[in-house]
Write a protein that binds this ligand. Sequence first.
Ligand code: TMP
Length: 215
Amino acid sequence: MRNQKAQFITLEGVEGAGKSTQKDALCELLDVNGIRYIETREPGGTPYAENIRALLLGSSDEAPQAKTELLLMFAARAQHLETKILPALKRDIWVVCDRFTDATYAYQGGGRGIPRGWIQTLEKLVQGERVPDLTLFFDVPVEIGLDRADRRGNLDRIESEDIEFFERVRRTYQEIATRDPGRVITLDATVNIERLTQEMISRLMGRWGLKCRPG
Ligand code: TMP
């Protein structure tokens, strides 16, 4: 492997895009190449931030306002970034994170209509200049994704939004990917799992100069 600093990798997409399966395949790729990494997720990733996650995704009689939701996402992120992500990267350990700030632009920005400038302000406050080194965006038409998520059952508060909400979420992800092609790799998640994995692995091997592929 080329001399490569520890990478901060995020996975994004609408519900049912197949992120979890592909995260496992990515971790296997890192394993066979002897790369040390941690797996984590947002919102959450630390005990405190997981409590905020429960608050965010659980259903209760009182739904949070869009601004409340936005601030809680960043509250959880501040905790997660400072106590888990940055310390790992500092120790040269890679970080594989299921969702990060792109999800805030997509869900709270695109989905809920929060102005992009507000999110940029909070991003700067919480993250400074820190952004992921690489983002894998699993793109799938909303009906297909929601159908898969439905079949899994147990939709959380945000997953229970209507189809128009997720259309806006998907569009925002696509806009982010178009604006930042150096960081965001878009993968067509309509193909079957094996093909999607193959495509992802070959893109990553090329990018990082890895020699060993899983399996
Ligand atoms: P998950 O189901 O992929 O674990 O994601 C949890 C939910 O949280 C998902 O519906 C997307 C949502 N979310 C946001 O709305 N904003 C964010 O910033 C993050 C990280 C997640």
